[in-house]
Write a protein of this length. Structure first.
Length: 184
């Protein structure tokens, strides 16, 4: 499989590549992808889980035990649970978010999709996500995997990033532009 040098060069990318190749070889890409989405959501919603992944005060042994408990509670597939345990044992839980993003990019490339990072002020409905995917597909000419993030600070609208291109239609940016124009 051809990976971009950027993904392979990063620490999180090497972990993601290893997980991707193992999941691909065992034909468990969908299960691992679903479990990683669950982990991503847990990182976004749980301050305790975020602290587990980022605190230097939590030792490797304690982090590994806590990660095993989290994996059981979230119902992660065995590959993802082992992956989480490896990150904890190696003191690399801080790389989890970046590894999830890298895995998502690898999976999209494997499926012939382009990944679009979409930030919205509020969670999007399934219909809105489907409409967005259709619009992006018509613009890009290929299937699009959407990586959704919610950031209330943008106030409204969307920020869509595909590769090096970004379209910022957020209300925050529009207000900032207006404020700068009024200054002078």
């Amino acid at each position: 499989m051809e990976n971009s040098g950027g993904i392979q060069a990063s620490l999180s990318g090497r972990y993601a590549t290893a997980l991707f190749e193992l999941a691909r070889d065992e034909r468990k890409l969908d299960a691992v992808s679903a479990s990683l989405s669950t982990l991503k959501q847990a990182l976004a919603e749980s301050a305790d889980f975020r602290q587990l992944t980022t605190s230097p005060l939590i030792g490797r042994g304690a982090a590994a035990k806590a990660s095993a408990a989290v994996a059981g509670t979230l119902g992660l597939d065995p590959l993802t649970a082992n992956f989480l345990g490896v990150l904890a044992s190696n003191g690399r839980l801080g790389q989890l978010g970046a590894a999830i993003r890298a895995f998502t990019s690898l999976l999209a490339a494997h499926r012939g999709e382009t990944t679009a990072e979409v930030t919205s002020a509020h969670p999007l409905t399934d219909d809105q996500v489907a409409d967005l995917k259709a619009k992006l597909k018509s613009q890009l000419g290929r299937d699009v995997a959407v990586d959704l993030t919610v950031d209330p600070a943008i106030l409204g609208g969307l920020i869509v990033k595909v590769g090096s291109r970004q379209v910022d239609g957020s209300i925050r940016t529009k207000l900032n532009t207006l404020a700068n124009a009024m200054k002078g």
